[in-house]
Design a protein around this ligand. Structure first.
Ligand SMILES: [Zn+2]
Ligand SMILES: [Zn+2]
Length: 170
């Protein structure tokens, strides 16, 4: 197995005086980052930029997790894409139950679970290709971003309304 790029040694940090900060930037591919309608594409790296600080009881990691996502626009079903930029502030501590904090393993900590959790939280549940996406016509299914369809004109045309009324009478 390839070495885990998110594994950080904090030996120097733990030996340094209080208030010492160790800045780390670690990037790597994490498999299986997906929610129903969006995912991090295969081979795309997730980057963690954090300041690690020795605090009472453990190591505090403070910074950002970034990557890019792809998905399906919920309005027009076309491709949608964007960036993930998550702010993180998490504690690594010995004997962590991995629920509210992350485990500090001797003089090492693994930023991968933190990166994974942060990305999964930030992936959009209802992605849009663009904020102004017009979506699909509910009647004919035409993509309204690519120009109108004739349904709207018909709906507001009184002659069609009259025809509809006639049809309903018979
Ligand atoms: Zn769209
Ligand atoms: Zn239509």
């Amino acid at each position: 197995m390839a070495p885990n790029p998110f594994l950080v040694s904090v030996t120097a940090l733990k030996r340094g005086p209080g208030g010492t900060v160790q800045s780390e930037r670690r990037c790597g591919v994490l498999a299986g980052l997906a929610v129903t309608s969006a995912h991090v594409p295969d081979g795309i790296e997730v980057c963690v930029d954090v300041d690690l600080e020795s605090v009472h009881g453990g190591i505090m990691a403070h910074g950002t997790v970034t990557t890019t996502w792809e998905g399906e626009c919920r309005r027009c079903l076309g491709p949608a894409a964007g960036t993930v930029h998550a702010e993180v502030r998490e504690l690594f501590e010995p004997g962590s139950d991995a629920d509210e904090t992350y485990p500090l393993m001797g003089e090492q900590l693994d930023l991968a679970p933190l990166a994974r959790d942060a990305v999964l939280l930030e992936l959009p549940q209802a992605p849009l290709c663009a904020e102004a996406c017009q979506g699909l016509c509910p009647t004919c299914g035409a993509n309204l971003n690519e120009g109108g369809c004739s349904c709207r004109a018909q709906a507001t045309d009184p002659r069609w309304a009259a025809l509809d009324a006639l049809r309903h009478e018979t």
